[in-house]
Design a protein. Structure first.
Length: 582
């Protein structure tokens, strides 16, 4: 009996050892990088905040560019002596200004490490603007373009859509209110053109973004800003025109670009895709004992678990209050987590959900530092949830602020009658019809909406910003009023603490946690992403593909599709809606 047990134990040990050795060999072979390798980053499809290098992540990654994976790969490659250079292929990406600025920062930091960078751009737009695609390419040491490509560096436009005429035609009466003269999301339904406040706000944003675009391209291409503005005013340019204007350095096809980097400097270079370079190992490696948790809050803010929302949210997902609560609880109860970075990319949403998430940030901040890193949007509810953090860092192109509230309902009675639908009701209660979408607000209900349902929320919002930003109520009210600011503008009015990308937020989190800035830490991303089986069973890969296609097909209708009021016409909302063409 004893010998039998011994033989079983011995066989088990030998089997485990052999499997471990085999896994180690496979791990080594799959992660082997030869000296002189070129890291290849291909930007195609939507640039999303978060992705995965798992099997399902690779499938989805063919149709999108996960910014977190690109960031990890480039950061690691900077310190890897086997990586000689960085090649960026820009095929057909869609992104926001802040995301483009973060990509530019990554490329420039890689170059600052003493290694070379090069970029190939197929076309900077095709009968559409190509500002951001070109801006990212211009961050590289040299830029080449396909000989038939277009350089549509045509400037910045913000177009608002107004459907009041359509609603009048179909018999739907919008009954809306807002606290804040610049809280203009309701104008989509209530107006037929710009209000003076909305035009003032949009003019200010467009000017800020235009100057950022021009100055960054000028700096990256070593051109005078006035020269870049002159080029913008005569764009679009064809590829030879872009070469003559010194915006690109070579005209070549993708295969020629690929061959050239493989033999750069007369040497043979292997080319390694960033997703393969960053793919996790089969066997766990010894990790740093100190962790910094990165909690991603992406999309429209909803109560509950959030989830798939391709039409109304950045990245096709929504930020659920329950999911965020679980993530913050996990981070604050993990003793190895020294600080938290709350990465926000949200135009706002539910008041209740925003406050539930803000409370979790507050509870976490009592135990360990919380630093907010703002991406493309952190406006309205997206700013509300940031107020409890220790520090707020935004990109210059972040859309933030929008400290205001709106709400109301649609009266569908006339529209229903046109379709032959009639309705009647019996009721008890003075205000039972306040949320009824077949009646107007009574004068008493309209006062209740303005003073309590919206007014109390606005006062609470202003008070929270006043306390967290160390400003007086009067100071906050002056810069609030539902007005949206760029990150560059927000720092001047003290809504953010510093301008910078994710790397700047990471350095700040380390400093707040009293960790040396140069000390490596383990990054733990939360909430946890679904595993392979869960994704397959839930069909998330197919949904992600649908989200990607939907985002492109429906882009011109974002203001309509994103509008919280269109979906939930009876609820007060902390919401910012913008359609920026770049």
């Amino acid at each position: 009996m004893g010998r039998r047990i011994f033989r079983w134990v011995a066989r088990t040990v030998v089997t485990v050892v052999l499997l471990t050795v085999a896994a180690a060999i496979l791990d080594y072979m799959s992660h082997r990088v030869t000296p002189g390798t070129v890291l290849m980053v291909k930007l195609a499809g939507p640039v999303n905040e978060r992705g995965s290098t798992s099997v399902m992540g690779a499938v989805r990654g063919a149709h999108e560019t996960p910014l977190n994976v690109v960031r990890r790969a480039i950061d690691k490659a900077m310190r890897d002596s086997r990586i000689a250079g960085l090649a960026i292929e820009i095929i057909d990406p869609t992104m926001e200004l802040a995301q483009a600025q973060e990509l530019c920062g990554l490329i420039r930091r890689f170059a600052d490490s003493g290694k070379w960078t090069t970029a190939y751009i197929e076309t900077a737009g095709e009968f559409e603007p190509g500002n951001l695609a070109y801006m990212v390419a211009s961050a590289a040491g040299e830029v080449s373009m396909m000989p038939r490509g277009e350089l549509n560096l045509i400037g910045v436009q913000m177009r608002e859509i107004f459907i009041r005429g359509t609603l009048d035609w179909i018999g739907v009466k919008p009954d809306m209110d807002a606290i804040g003269i610049y809280k203009s999301a309701k104008n989509l339904f209530t107006e037929k053109g710009f209000t003076p406040a909305q035009r003032e706000e949009d003019e200010s944003l467009v000017e800020s973004f235009y100057q950022q675009l021009v100055s960054q391209i000028a700096a990256q291409r070593h051109l005078d800003a006035a020269a870049v503005r002159a080029i913008v005013d005569r764009a679009p340019l064809d590829a030879p025109g872009a070469l003559k204007a010194r915006l690109v350095d070579k005209l070549e096809y993708e295969d020629e670009f690929s061959d050239r980097i493989k033999h750069r400097g007369g040497n043979d270079h292997a080319v390694l895709e960033y997703a393969d370079y960053e793919r996790p190992r089969m066997l766990p490696r010894l990790s740093h004992p100190d962790k910094i948790a990165v909690i991603y809050g992406t999309g429209e803010i909803d109560r509950g678990s959030g989830g798939f929302d391709p039409l109304l949210s950045p990245g096709g997902t929504s930020m659920g209050s329950d999911t965020m609560a679980d993530a913050f609880k996990e981070a604050r109860e993990d003793d190895a987590v020294r600080a938290v970075i709350f990465r926000i990319n949200s135009p706002g949403g539910s008041v209740i959900a925003s406050e539930l998430i803000r409370r979790q940030v507050e509870l976490t901040a009592r135990k360990k530092p919380v630093v907010v890193s703002m991406s493309s949007y952190a406006a309205s509810g997206g700013y509300w949830v940031a107020t409890a953090a220790k520090k707020i860092i935004a990109d210059p192109g972040t859309v933030t602020g929008s400290i205001g509230v709106l709400g109301g309902k649609f009266n569908l009675a006339e529209s229903a009658a046109k379709l032959g639908v009639t309705t009647d009701a019996v009721a008890r209660g003075q205000n039972v019809t306040i949320f009824d979408q077949f009646t107007d607000f009574t004068p008493e209900q309209r006062k209740l909406l303005h003073d309590q349902l919206l007014g109390d929320v606005y006062q609470d919002f202003v008070k929270r910003v006043s306390d967290s930003r160390h400003l007086t109520i009067e100071q906050v009210d002056k810069i609030a009023q539902g007005r949206v600011w760029s990150g560059e503008q927000a720092i001047g009015i003290k809504l953010v603490d510093a301008l910078g990308d994710f790397d700047a937020a990471l350095k700040e989190a380390k400093a707040e946690a009293k960790l040396p800035v140069e000390k490596p830490v383990r990054i733990e991303e939360l909430p946890e992403q679904p595993g392979l089986i869960e994704q397959l069973l839930g069909g998330l890969s197919a949904r992600a593909e649908f989200a990607s296609i939907s985002a492109r097909l429906l882009a011109p209708w974002w203001p309509l599709l994103r509008a919280e009021l269109a979906r939930r016409g009876t609820l007060p909302a902390l919401y910012c809606s913008r359609f920026l063409v770049m």
